[in-house]
Design a protein. Structure first.
Length: 179
């Protein structure tokens, strides 16, 4: 474990949350992992895990092993050899430097890049900002929070999502503001 120099409680803009440690698994220090990556076991592609607990304390661990356990994921981290040590990590977020993420093709985006964008219709009507996204069986969904209400828009490039301008902080959509 290596304490980090960032201030406690701060998730730097240089990091993205890949997942969370949820609960101990067994007595040898293994811990269950909730992954935000797609595919879910893609989180194991990153051997250095920077953890931040609810109090904002940060530490770094090297991933020893990771595997699917039924429908869940479990991991073993170097230096964590008992259930009690694993319990102390429960609830910690797994952070990754954004610079370590694979480069995407043009017109592809990570979810964190879309969060916070101002959403406007092709006719210039503001719908609000992207609060977060979630996955469904058919497509991803944008949760757009506006002054008057929250809207759920399907993330369908070239159909609903017409343009994304990260530099301007804006997403243009083909969407009826009354819907």
């Amino acid at each position: 474990m290596q304490p980090d120099s960032d201030s406690p409680g701060q998730k730097s803009d240089q990091y993205v949350v890949l997942g969370q440690l949820t609960s101990p698994h067994g007595v040898k220090g293994w811990i269950k992992v909730y992954s935000y990556t797609s595919p879910i076991d893609g989180i194991f592609d990153y051997p250095e895990w920077r953890l931040q607990n609810a109090d904002g304390q940060q530490s770094s661990y090297r991933l020893s092993q990771g595997r699917r356990q039924g429908r869940a994921l479990v991991a073993s981290l170097e230096g964590i050899t008992s259930r009690e040590q694993a319990e102390q990590l429960t609830g910690a977020d797994i952070l990754l430097p954004k610079s370590a993420l694979p480069r995407l093709e043009a017109d592809e985006y990570y979810w964190y890049q879309l969060e916070g964008l101002q959403v406007v219709t092709s006719h210039g009507v503001s719908l609000g900002c992207v609060d977060h996204l979630f996955e469904t069986g058919a497509n991803d969904v944008l949760v757009v929070k506006g002054e008057d209400r929250q809207r759920l828009l399907p993330y369908l490039p070239d159909q609903v999502v017409i343009a994304v301008d990260l530099a301007a902080g804006r997403m243009t959509v083909d969407w009826d503001p009354e819907f």
